[in-house]
Design a protein around this ligand. Structure first.
Ligand code: NAD
Length: 473
């Protein structure tokens, strides 16, 4: 039996111990879920929707308990509560959409009207979900909800960095009577690897490095892998942009959740004419952002959740400084009461040979660079191996749209930043190294859990072999 320890990000205390689920238990859990899959599918969509509605109600009743544990996992309270609200909202969003997403009935063939076809949608019996530490609840449930509605059973392995929220969430799952089709296993990468051995499809959210391992393991098993990985999202600000709105969006898009969001703005490109004025206003606003320490009930920014991430943040700042960047505010990871915090850090005079402009930072760091032409802005924005999302700010939506259409990323926010966090209705892929597999958002987010099966009926007479004779007319 392996015991793991999780760190409290506000105090640095290694004060939460939990057991990793053993390979044997994972195998047994998979067998149990598989055995329940048939009854779950027999409930049909209506029955499954009713059970998911019960989960929504139960999550509401356990809202405070889940929020409380999630707050300890992540060191922030408001966002923890929003994760619970957002998960309930996601259930309702899918309940409203799911009934309208699948065609039904027979269609006559276009090549031969006598041959008709009807689609059937066959869910994977067991879907595995592996989630990261930055939004532990949201990213555990975001794929699980549509998978359950589609008729799959689901086994989730959350990050070993943030394990505390699972117990109160399981209480809600049990209260809704869903424990036979939705369950959690705990552990680190070894547990994640063991989970992949037993599922029919895997949804992974995490880093590119681990994503490659998950993809390789899934390929070995010939199961689909839906990968949502890192990003290096650019924000392009054109000369016509409103500075107040652009600085608001840039700051919020970069530092919300301490920048620990895949869709965080990580690079800012500003038209040279407004560059200095933009920087001045951005720095003013950045300086007004407060840490939520010592009181978790005040301020804007929580601690860095994963201590090793704090080392990456500092190394990006130090590397940029050493190569000539100017630190205009912030710049030092601060130790308060054992936790690690970083105030919004605005960097000017940055170049693309700095790690902060190339590698995923995942923190409240805003490197700002001037551009001269729109072609330059597009070239710089696309000069990355990532393609998760991006943003463009301009005086008019038309101008923003023209640039947005040229950016190589799956979701592009126009006249705001990081809208993909708020709006899940539009289908989007993760381009380049940012991911693989069907869209998590929009109708495809549900449809990807269903294999297409075609029933093909001949309403005429079957062709005899003679029709294919070499000398047949
Ligand atoms: P990570 O890759 O280190 O870990 C993610 C999960 O994978 C954890 O649960 C971990 O235990 C598990 N894991 C580790 N090794 C494994 C293996 N060999 N096989 C199976 N599972 C394994 O990522 P992280 O540090 O927890 O999360 C931060 C990363 O997640 C960032 O890169 C961020 O951009 C990314 N992310 C992406 C999205 C998105 O939607 N694209 C959303 C949030 C976070």
């Amino acid at each position: 039996m392996t015991t793991l320890t999780a760190r409290d990000p506000r105090t640095g205390a290694l004060d939460f111990q939990f057991q990793a689920t053993s390979p044997t238990e994972i195998e047994q859990t998979a067998q149990r879920l598989r055995a329940a899959a048939q009854d779950w599918q027999a409930l049909k969509l209506d029955g499954r929707m009713a059970k998911l509605a019960e989960l929504s109600d139960a999550s509401g009743r356990h809202h405070d308990a889940i929020t409380e544990r999630l707050s300890v996992d992540t060191g922030r309270r408001k966002i923890a509560g929003r994760e619970v609200d957002g998960t309930i909202g996601a259930i309702h969003g899918w309940l409203a959409q799911a009934p309208h997403l699948l065609p039904d009935g027979w269609t006559d063939g276009r090549m031969n009207p006598a041959i008709r076809h009807a689609p059937q949608f066959v869910p994977y019996a067991l879907v595995g979900v592996i989630s990261p530490w930055n939004f532990p609840l949201t990213l555990s449930m975001i794929d699980a909800i549509p998978a359950l509605l589609a008729g799959c059973t689901v086994m989730i392995k959350p990050s070993e960095v943030t394990p505390r929220f699972v117990d109160p969430l399981m209480e809600a799952i049990k209260e809704a009577g869903l424990q036979d089709v939705l369950t959690f296993v705990q552990g680190d990468g070894t547990t994640g690897g063991a989970l992949i051995d037993h599922v029919d499809a895997v949804c992974f959210t995490g880093s590119v490095a681990t994503g490659r391992k998950v993809a390789a393991a899934a390929a070995g098993k010939m199961i689909p892998a839906f990968l949502e990985l890192g990003g290096k999202d650019p924000l392009v600000i054109l000369e016509s942009a409103d500075l107040e709105k652009a600085t608001d969006a840039a700051l919020r898009g970069s530092v919300l959740s301490t920048g620990q969001a895949c869709q965080s703005i990580e690079r800012i490109y500003v038209a040279r004419k407004i560059h200095d004025a933009f920087l001045e206003r951005l720095v003013e606003k950045a300086k007004a952002v407060e840490l939520n320490w010592p009181d978790i009930g005040r301020g804007h920014l929580g601690p860095v959740i994963f201590d090793k991430q704090a080392d990456i943040l500092q190394s990006h700042i130090d590397d940029a400084s050493a190569k000539g960047a100017h630190v205009l505010t912030g710049g030092k990871v601060e130790d308060h009461g054992g936790g690690k915090w970083l105030k919004p850090t605005v960097l000017a005079n940055v170049t693309h040979d700095m790690a902060v402009m190339r590698d995923e930072t995942f923190g409240p760091i805003l490197p700002v660079m001037a551009f001269d032409t729109i072609e330059d802005a597009v070239r710089l924005a696309n000069d990355t191996e990532f393609g998760l999302s991006a943003a463009v700010f301009a005086g008019t939506l038309d101008e923003a749209e023209t640039v947005g259409r040229q950016i190589e990323a799956g979701g592009v926010s126009l006249n705001d930043a990081a809208l993909t966090a708020l709006f899940h209705e539009a289908e989007k892929h993760s381009f380049k190294l940012s991911g693989m597999g069907g869209s998590r958002m929009g109708p495809a987010g549900f449809q990807r859990f269903l294999r297409r099966k075609a029933l093909i009926a001949n309403t005429g007479a079957p062709a005899p072999i003679g029709a294919f004779a070499e000398d047949a007319p």
